[in-house]
Design a protein around this ligand. Sequence first.
Ligand code: TXA
Ligand code: MG
Length: 312
Amino acid sequence: MDTLCTESVEEAAAVIQRGGLCAFPTETVYGLGANVFDKMAVRKIFEAKGRPPDNPLIVHVANKEQIEQVVSRPNEAALRLIKRFFPGPLTVVLEKSESVPESVTAGLKTVGIRMPDHELARQLIVAAGPLVAPSANLSGRPSPTTVSAVLEDLGGRIDCVLRGGPVRHGIESTVVDCTVERPLVLRSGAVTLEQLREVVPETDPSSPGEELSPKSPGLKHKHYSPRATVMIAGDTAFYWNPKESGYIGLKYPAEDFARVKLCESLQAYAASLYEFFRECDREGLSNVYCERVEEAGVGTALMDRIRRAAGH
Ligand code: TXA
Ligand code: MG
């Protein structure tokens, strides 16, 4: 199949309305969009990504009417989170409405919804939505933050890519389960725990045992990994083979690496991580060293992704 690259929202929307798959930019990472209510299209998403069928998809909405289409009545905590963080990099898990097929939610009675804060995404969802949209990478690979990363993984496997520039956050949305008494973070992300607690103080952080919980099916699968071996700098006193390795972090490393990415802030580090993984793979490097950072603010999500990429 030829993958159409377009800057036209109308063209992209037409592809989705015909039951096709179209990747599009959001403020977090590129998503792979399809019509929520089209079971064939939803199945094609799992096939194109090689995604395990037990991993549910997030439904992307652009307005209140679309929220009401896909969830049954949100509770008080969910309403507060939605009011504060929509549009933005937060996914709220709620009881799904009848109209959402179980193939979207991998058999769960709940659905994750999110309203992207990105003009092209908004226009596409208004024209063709609500849309299911996992990250637009092959399952297990780093999420794409540029059009070329999307094409590297999915070129020839999907119908269309809606062109936008590089994304803003570069790390996925925070997923919060709002079907329990105290909201529970299932996946840390671009909205920090500290920010969530400003609105709902009793929000619980994700716990180390979360992988085993049937509530967060996505977490047990291998994730975000380049072909190079990812290692956490700070865990080792010396580096294997720096001449054939990459290094990303905030401070200059003591060794000479084949490729170094210095980031001026935690946000910049998070925004650069996945593309740096891909750059190291394009150059055939054997290892990627990632500087350890403090696990607060965005640092929580950043260290979560680095650890998963390292296979911990
Ligand atoms: O930033 C993002 O969230 C990006 C952009 C494209 O929106 N999307 C994204 O989707 O990261 P994906 O499919 O790569 O990750 C979705 C995560 C998985 O960990 C999945 O298990 C979880 O959300 N999830 C989705 N629906 C859920 C549900 N009903 N209950 C629990 N977890 C759910
Ligand atoms: Mg993903």
